[in-house]
Write a protein of this length. Structure first.
Length: 90
């Protein structure tokens, strides 16, 4: 299964991407996380449904210092399926 989210609020400059990378790796997920020009963060992940749900719950909270205002689901690219790593891009 593949899912994507855009996280809005105070999510840049607070270690959000590193937090996501660590959580995703703990959950055994593959994918990417990156900052967007509008100060939001985009997360694309693939893995078992229950683990993606756990990542989504973590995204809603974020790391200390983050203030998540909104979590929007977005279409994730199908080519993520079969990926083995979780990386920070850009």
């Amino acid at each position: 299964m593949v899912r994507g989210w855009v996280v809005e609020g105070q999510v840049q400059g607070v270690g959000f991407r590193w937090f996501v990378k660590q959580k995703a790796r703990e959950l055994g997920l593959a994918g990417t996380v990156r900052n967007l020009a509008d100060a939001s963060v985009e997360v694309m992940a693939s893995g078992p449904d229950e683990r993606l749900t756990a990542l989504e719950a973590a995204l809603r909270k974020g790391p200390p210092g983050a203030d998540v205002q909104q979590l929007r689901k977005v279409t994730a690219p199908v080519e993520l399926e079969g990926s083995k790593s979780f990386d920070i891009t850009r």
